[in-house]
Design a protein around this ligand. Sequence first.
Ligand SMILES: Nc1ncnc2c1ncn2[C@@H]1O[C@H](COP(=O)(O)OP(=O)(O)O)[C@@H](O)[C@H]1O
Ligand SMILES: [Mg+2]
Length: 254
Amino acid sequence: MGDRGRHGLVVAVVSGRGGVGKSVSVGNLAVSLVQQGYRVAAVDGDLALPSLDLILGLEAGVGSGLAAVLAGRVPAEEALVPHPRWPGLALLPGLPVGLPARPDLDPAAARALWPDLAERFDFVLVDCPAGLENGLRLAAAGARQAIVVLAPGAGAVRSADRVLGALRAEAGFDDGQLWLLFNRYRPGPAPGLDRPDDLTALLGVKVLGVIPEDDAMVQALARGVPAAAAPSSPAGAAFRRAAERLAESARRQA
Ligand SMILES: Nc1ncnc2c1ncn2[C@@H]1O[C@H](COP(=O)(O)OP(=O)(O)O)[C@@H](O)[C@H]1O
Ligand SMILES: [Mg+2]
């Protein structure tokens, strides 16, 4: 990856429910990949509740974002916000073009945009909006891989299973293009889904990583620096390993 003329990998990050850690996962994977030398575009596809600008510590409150690009009003290179700390990293902010509060993304426009970004970046990580339908529509629009994020709680496996089923049936993904990312893992006596092998056996998909619950994640949000940039954070270290796994699979596919 990284050579001229090569195509980057477009990865949609999705989940059944909101609040499981999709956006922090995109931020942390993006920073990890950039620290490994890759060029990364982090795309905030959550126009209803954008948060990647805060997670990455960028001022993206002015200017234009994904909605303007998809509407054809602004070229992508104009809307991309380069990160001052990591030159290989750029954010495509989730700025809506005015109301309504829940704008729908045009999958056809997304299908044209991702290859454009993939020519300039090694990885295009798309933080998809919460909910099966919207997230799926984006994931279906030409992403080569999808990461399904799940967090502990009743119904976690069922909701992940539903998203995986929909990605296979409606978006044509095969199991080789799908990953699970188990976030907010807490070791404890309760029988948990803490072992990657258990999750894979249950859901039939490879595990990209198991990310522990970590107070550093909250501090990271307050500082606008993802935990992956902090050497001592357990969650940050887990995200760096997950990013290595993603990069390794991308190299094998290239
Ligand atoms: N590994 C973690 N440890 C502690 N807190 C976390 C962790 N992952 C996520 N969080 C918390 O969960 C919140 C929701 O995460 P977010 O990425 O916004 O979810 P989503 O994008 O799926 O809605 C974050 O604000 C963060 O405080
Ligand atoms: Mg989010």
